[in-house]
Design a protein around this ligand. Structure first.
Ligand code: SF4
Length: 352
């Protein structure tokens, strides 16, 4: 059976061609799936009865609602999804999406893999290992199936998994979000993050218009290697060299995530080295970027600690004083453990 939800217009056109449906049927199906958000093929009332009957024989709409939700006192909500049937026999079937409401925004942080291969030392998901990619449908289902779906203003791919390690499905999901036949969002409402898998990130920059965020966390090779094993294969220096080849002064944004760990990466020497890394060729100008300092959510089994507010502010001031736009990201959902992977990890243990 084919899951219609998550398919691009081109994929639906191929399906319609194979089935001998009228040419315009693919566009009609897109409208029902992504604009009218129907959950049943029978509700696609402008398709002929014959087309609907055939679709019911070969296809379904793979939408599923969250199986759990935790709400923080600040309004942040962490949703737990059980993912598609190919994960049925796996011990790791759950992923998380976190909805962060703000004054005039509602941002959803979504997952793209069950677990992750990257093994970042500070990350709960990384410690769970890799258990599979999410399909484009499973990625999009997180966006479409929460109660606040139609209020969302932004989506960030910063939950469980490394987006550049599930490239095709992540790209297809952003195409559904941004195409006229899909949700028709501006790509500048979407940010896709990466630890810096340079060749895939380069491809993504060329094939998409979405904002890009790179998890940097330490400017020194040896120290970053301790935090993020992928530094060995894809050193941040090479990644920055690649990023500097593009113009970031328009509407599209490149940002760097910098989680601050007490006594590890939070002194002004690290700030100075960051400034140096962002310098352009011949020490002229800077990569036009923004650095987001992130408060670390301490968690069991991770021997790293949160930097103080004062240290974070000093670090921020140093970067701003040296021409690098830097913000401290407001900490949200502390009471529901917003660190990615925690709720899914617990669900695996209790087998919801
Ligand atoms: Fe994977 Fe992101 Fe966790 Fe690193 S921080 S292990 S890339 S989920």
């Amino acid at each position: 059976m084919i899951n219609l939800f998550g398919l691009t217009l081109t994929q639906l056109q191929d399906l319609c061609l194979t089935e001998g449906f009228p040419k315009f049927t693919a566009k009609q199906i897109c409208d029902w799936l992504y604009k009218k958000r129907v959950l049943s093929i029978d509700d696609m009332t402008n398709l002929s009865l014959k087309v609907r009957a055939r679709l019911n024989e070969i296809a379904f709409i793979g939408r599923s609602f969250p199986v759990d939700c935790q709400t923080s006192k600040d309004g942040t909500k962490k949703y737990l999804f059980k993912v598609a049937e190919e994960a049925e026999h796996s011990s790791h079937q759950y992923v998380e999406a976190v909805m962060i409401p703000d004054a005039d925004r509602a941002t959803l942080c979504i997952s793209c893999q069950r677990g992750c291969k990257m093994g970042c030392h500070f990350c709960v998901t990384g410690k769970q290992g890799f258990h599979g990619h999410l399909s484009a449908a499973d990625i999009l289902n997180q966006i479409f199936s929460i109660p606040e779906s139609e209020m969302l203003t932004n989506v960030v791919y910063m939950g469980m998994g490394e987006p550049m390690d599930n490239y095709d499905n992540v790209l297809a999901s952003t195409q559904v979000m941004t195409s006229g036949w899909g949700l028709a969002w501006s790509p500048h409402r979407i940010t896709v993050s990466s630890v810096g898998i340079t060749p895939m990130l380069k491809r993504f920059i060329e094939e998409s218009e979405c904002h890009v965020a790179v998890s940097l966390h330490n400017p020194y090779h040896q120290e970053r290697l301790q935090l993020m094993p992928m530094e060995k294969t894809y050193p941040i220096l090479s990644c920055l060299d690649m990023l500097k080849q593009y113009d970031w002064t328009g509407q599209r944004r490149i940002s760097f995530e910098y989680t601050m760990f007490r006594g590890v990466n939070d002194d002004l020497g690290h700030a100075a080295e960051l400034v140096r890394l962002f310098r352009g060729p011949n020490r002229t100008g800077h990569l036009f970027c923004r650095v987001n300092l992130i408060r670390f959510h301490e968690s069991e089994g991770v021997d790293l600690h949160t930097s103080s507010q004062q240290t974070m502010e000093q670090f921020q001031k140093y970067l701003n004083d040296h021409g690098v736009i830097c913000t401290i990201r407001a900490s949200r959902g502390e009471d529901i453990m917003a660190a990615c992977g925690l709720l899914a990890g617990q669900a695996e243990k209790t087998n919801k």
